[in-house]
Write a protein that binds this ligand. Structure first.
Ligand code: PMP
Ligand code: GLU
Length: 392
């Protein structure tokens, strides 16, 4: 049938597709090592699961207000106040069906046809597609020549009279790199002066290594509340990807428009999942810290392995999140000429799943998720070593 122009513009999510393909092959009995997953491999903590069970037993199976239950919005407001020292009213917060849905609502509510959003590259696969679905245009700003750190100079380079805002994602998916505080502060002040919005995607904020500190536009300056749209989710922080609970704090008129859109599309996010998110936000970070420390051990193992064993692959050292973005361009030549070809070769010949960098806007790289156990990681990197050796 004839599809809408908008639908034809959109690619499926490569990260989800590769994760699904790896799972399918595993279920068929293949000995796959998957570096595809964009979700923590830890079980959701019991106190969160129990809160959902209690909610179901207590009859929490009906609609809630579109923007989420009051208790959850209060807990989110409390989080913003204790983490960034900024107070939000409930009318400035909306809970949606995952961080992805939050972003979808944000861009649907703020963009007109042709409006531009600056997207630092490499970027998470869904930013460009969600912007396009909303009629907007992603303006891609390549950070690879600046150690993957976005800054004001790069922003200015991509500024036009159609620019409405910029997405900041620090630590980033796929590189794990943290932006410098000074760069965030400079961009915040520039945005304020020039009527731009900063969409700060803080989904990996609690997964930061080496004792480094999280920083975002709201922390740069309290008055940035007016120009900042903060997106977050319980998905990664508490290993709750399947709950589909994300949230946004931002200007009241934007939140109200998002509320209208949500009321005509999904209605409220799943009622009992909201009670799970409430228990998560109220339950502290003991689990998250354990998970973060484990991710750091895995990162260190992988960095050391590549350094000692595969000289032709150069990883970017991640400050956070759970991805290793590796430069594979030195092995391009006779047999392999792109990130997709390298990933196909790894999967077909060595049963290793990874996501081609081209999906994140950089064809020289491949993304390896280390949200998988250390034994699988050890096996996987050894297979990559074999794969690379047999090319030379
Ligand atoms: N932002 C980034 C950078 C992500 O990697 C993800 C991955 N899932 C999301 C947002 C959305 O997360 P979710 O919809 O699962 O809450
Ligand atoms: N964000 C994760 C990833 O990059 C999960 C999959 C997705 O939603 O894209 O792999």
């Amino acid at each position: 049938m004839k599809l809408s122009c908008r639908a034809s513009l959109i690619k499926p999510s490569a990260t989800l597709a590769i994760t699904a393909k790896a799972k399918k092959l595993k279920n068929e009995g293949k000995n796959i090592v998957s570096f595809g997953a964009g979700e923590p491999d830890f079980d959701t903590p019991d106190h969160i699961k129990n809160a959902v069970k209690d909610a179901l037993d207590n009859g929490q199976t009906k609609y809630t207000p579109v923007s989420g239950i009051d208790e959850l919005k209060a807990a989110i407001a409390e989080k913003f106040s204790s983490d960034y020292g900024i107070n939000y009213e409930k009318s400035e917060i909306i809970v949606s069906c995952g961080g992805k849905h939050s972003l979808y609502n944000i861009f649907s509510a703020m963009l007109d046809e042709g409006d531009e959003i600056i997207v630092p590259s490499p970027y998470w696969v869904s930013y460009t597609e969600i912007i396009k679905l909303s009629g907007g245009v992603p303006a891609i700003a390549d950070t690879s020549k600046n150690n993957f750190k976005f800054n004001l100079k790069l922003l200015e380079k991509h500024l036009t009279n159609k620019t409405r805002g910029v997405i900041l994602n620090s630590p980033s998916n796929p590189t794990g790199v943290l932006m410098d505080e000074k760069d965030i502060t400079d961009i915040a002040h520039f945005a304020q002066k020039n009527g731009l919005y900063i969409i700060t995607d803080d989904i990996y904020e609690k997964i930061i290594f080496d004792g480094k500190k999280f920083f975002n536009a709201l922390m740069a300056d309290k008055s940035m509340k007016e120009n900042t749209i903060a997106v977050n989710a319980v998905s990664k922080t508490y290993s709750m990807t399947g709950f589909r609970i994300g949230y946004t704090a931002g200007p009241k008129d934007l939140i109200s428009a998002m509320n209208n859109i949500q009321s005509q599309s999904t209605s409220n996010p799943t009622t009992f999942a909201q009670y799970g998110a409430l228990a998560a936000l109220k339950g502290g970070y003991e689990f998250t810290v354990m998970m973060r420390d484990e991710f750091q051990k895995r990162r260190d193992y992988m960095l050391d392995f590549f350094d000692k064993n595969i000289k032709s692959i150069i990883p970017v050292k991640p400050d956070g999140a759970f991805y290793l973005f590796i430069d594979v361009s030195k092995i391009f030549g006779k047999h392999i000429n792109s990130s997709a070809e390298f990933c196909d070769y790894l999967l077909e010949k060595y049963l290793v799943a990874a996501v081609p960098g081209i999906e994140f806007g950089n064809d020289n790289f491949v993304r390896l998720s280390f949200a998988t156990g250390l034994d699988a990681i050890k096996e996987g990197v050894n297979r990559i070593k074999e794969a690379v050796n047999s090319l030379s």
